[in-house]
Design a protein. Structure first.
Lengths: 402, 298
């Protein structure tokens, strides 16, 4: 087991930069997930650790040893590939034992070790089969086994679940997380699926265009995204984003987006001291779908119900509200952008669709006008120019003043 | 009930009739396809049959106005005649040397070249591939004279080495092209996995890549074997002394100004065909697999 460190690592491919100034530490026994849309540089970062990609600038260390110039076999890491990369001409036993043979482990020890791993992964009856005779889940398990069997310093996993169907993926997700916890091996895991990232990682690193956006615990990423991209990428369904003007009314502040107004109580402003300075300016307001409620306290918003998706335990309700949609789509994750922004809305550009996550008992029907409530304490605020989140005070300022 | 019964068969009857008609049409189609296949099979097999059967016929049965379909008075005299002709064993040796060299060289050089264009990105790679295929389009007969002049300048006329080099020029492009298809069918992750598992680059190549492209190597070696063994024109033009000739040229010597000695010629041809047939039978399972695999992957 060892720590993996990226120190100002960059990777260029003939002019294009795949990874830019990446500094990141995966602690001993830690499970860190690199997540981001395709082409964000996450796989390149992983392959640089494995030694399959050269490092243009910077340093990568595995357990305090600089590995920049070491060939893959001397780095003592194991990698699980997206397509598993099982050797098709070798049977399961030979696939599992390959790494041990390469490291000249004594024959008897090889056999014992492979049989133990096969038992743990439930592969005992398949040792003589070729990869082509296995199901997707079994292949995945063999690929995991091949990594585990060698007891490497670290696991590198490159989207290992993306070739499985949804149900099996959920199963294997838990299985991998459990194996990692039991073995406590330092793991760097790459995925484009934010659900996978949130459920598996001790910490999650969100990347975009080769740049690390934020690295934090899953809960922290969800609760305090550092910018619009992270806010829109993490969470499913994604955060609702509106453009609003911060207006001073009397002694307090109000967020005005089109015809929709949300009053900001003093304690909300106190936790975000920057808001005061933004009076008269435009900002981006983010509302998580579960913060939109059918009844309760907070600001009321009137909207027309466009669509109700019943999921059994809850309902996802799409509402058309008279608020200004976000103009800076370049700052958010492409997958979180509405495919047809004007579809179903009354006045494209002046009204926007927001998504609410409602209780199963909520009685909303498409076409009707509904009043919904948003708790201002749960709002997120971002700069419209840079997309950066408006800074939160570490502790409520009001309390400190008292 | 009584009202229903006469109605019921109405929708059923046409569907059964339609199905029957469709079934008949399908059967007719299948018979037609099989008939065509039989004709093609006959056309391809008959010359071979005629060669072998003529080889066993005595002279009086060969040149008759009423063809003898089967070698009724079978004899081996044509074979012993052919074998005892001058230079037979010497030319068998020449052919074997040429074939062995062409197969071995084309596999080694072809495999490395295929590896380069399948796995590495370098300047001019596309042009190289196009050029290789383009050159294949030029008819061989157009190349003979330039090749002859070239070879005579470097002193390679009337030498086996000259013929070997010349054969390589048209065996290699095919070898490279086919092996490239096979190599591209092997995902690069397999080698990478082996390297992360503790192999050197060469180890990954020898333990993973090589076994996976074995069918391709078999297929191309058969192609090289057949090409080099059966080739006539280049050998005929380049090799003019009987000590250096190949079996195909030796066969041509049965035709002289006085006519053709059909019996021994057919016996010699049968003997010449034997190694190819034997080689093919030996590895035909693998070539069938190899060619389809190459087609899908390449």
């Amino acid at each position: 087991m060892a720590e993996i460190q990226f120190l100002d690592v960059s990777k260029e491919y003939g002019g294009t930069v795949a990874v830019r100034d990446l500094t990141l530490t995966v602690g001993e026994g830690e499970f860190v997930v690199l997540v981001g849309p395709s082409g964000c540089g996450k796989t390149t970062a992983l392959r640089m650790v494995a030694g399959l990609e050269e490092i243009s600038v910077g340093e990568i260390r595995i357990g305090n040893r600089v590995v920049n110039d070491l060939p893959p076999r001397e780095r003592d890491v194991a990698m699980v590939f997206q397509n598993y990369a099982l050797y098709p001409h070798k049977n399961v036993y030979e696939n599992l034992v390959f790494g041990l043979r390469m490291r000249r482990v004594p024959k008897a020890a090889q056999k014992a070790r492979v049989e133990e791993i096969a038992r743990i992964l439930g592969l005992q009856d398949m040792l003589r089969r070729k990869p082509a005779q296995l199901s997707g889940g079994q292949r995945q398990r063999v690929a995991m086994g091949r990594a585990i069997v060698r007891e490497p310093k670290a696991f590198l996993m490159d989207e290992p679940l993306s070739n499985l169907d949804a149900k099996l993926r959920g199963q294997m997700r838990a299985e991998i997380a459990r194996i990692q916890q039991t073995l406590a091996v330092t793991t760097l895991y790459v995925t484009h699926d934010q659900v996978e990232a949130m459920t598996m990682g001790n910490r999650v690193a969100v990347m975009r265009d080769g740049l690390l956006q934020q690295i934090d615990t899953p809960q922290q990423l969800y609760d305090a995204p550092r910018n619009l991209f992270v806010a829109s990428f993490v969470g499913s369904p994604p955060m609702n984003l509106l453009e609003a003007e911060v207006v001073r009314e009397g002694t307090g502040l109000v967020c005005r987006s089109g015809e929709t107004e949300i009053e900001l109580p003093h304690d909300v402003v106190a936790t975000r001291p920057e808001l005061e300075a933004r009076a008269g300016q435009r900002v981006v307001v983010g509302i998580r779908p579960e913060s939109v409620v059918e009844s309760g306290s907070g600001a009321s918003i009137r909207g027309r119900v466009l669509l109700v998706e019943a999921l059994g335990a809850e309902q996802l309700v799409h509402l058309d509200v008279p608020a200004t949609p976000l103009s800076r789509q370049d700052l958010v994750d492409a997958a979180a952008q509405p495919a047809a922004p004007g579809l179903g809305t009354d006045q494209p550009g002046r009204s926007t669709t927001i998504l609410g996550r409602f209780d199963r008992n909520a009685l909303l029907r498409p076409g009707e006008v509904a009043e919904i409530f948003v708790d201002p304490h749960e709002l997120h605020f971002f700069d419209l120019e840079t997309g950066a989140a408006l800074e939160r005070a570490a502790a409520p300022v009001a309390e400190l003043a008292r | 009930m009584s009202a229903v019964t006469p109605v019921a068969p109405v929708p059923v009857a046409p569907t059964t009739a339609l199905r029957a008609r469709r079934g008949r049409r399908k059967t007719a189609g299948r018979i037609g396809v099989n008939a065509v296949a039989l004709v093609v099979f006959g056309l391809m097999v008959f010359p071979v049959y005629w060669m072998v059967s003529t080889a066993f016929k005595p002279g009086r049965d060969i040149l008759t106005y009423t063809p003898t379909w089967f070698p009724v008075h079978a004899t081996l005299s044509n074979f012993s005649d052919a074998i005892h002709r001058a230079y037979f064993w010497r030319d068998v040796g020449n052919s074997l040397i040429i074939v062995a060299m062409v197969v071995a060289l084309s596999l080694v050089v072809g495999f490395l070249a295929a590896l380069a264009i399948a796995k590495f990105d370098f300047y001019g790679r596309k042009a190289f591939i196009v050029l290789m295929i383009g050159i294949q389009m030029i008819p061989l007969s157009a190349l003979i004279i330039p090749l002859y002049i070239l070879m005579s300048r470097v002193g390679q006329v009337n030498k086996l080495s000259g013929v070997i080099i010349t054969y390589m020029t048209f065996v290699l492009p095919f070898t490279v092209w086919t092996l490239r298809g096979f190599l591209m069918g092997v995902p690069k992750e397999l080698e990478e996995a082996a390297m992360v598992d503790g192999s050197t680059r060469f180890g990954a190549f020898a333990r993973i890549l090589l076994p996976l492209v074995a069918p391709g190597i078999v297929a191309t070696s058969i192609f090289a074997f057949i090409q080099a063994w059966n080739e006539f024109i280049i050998a005929y033009v380049f090799l003019n002394s009987p000590q250096h000739q190949t079996l195909t040229i030796w066969l041509a010597s049965f035709t002289s100004l006085r006519g053709t000695d059909w019996g021994p010629l057919m016996a010699g041809a049968t003997l010449t065909a034997l190694p190819v047939v034997a080689f093919f039978v030996l590895v035909q399972r693998k070539i069938a697999f190899g060619l389809t695999a190459g087609a899908v992957r390449g």
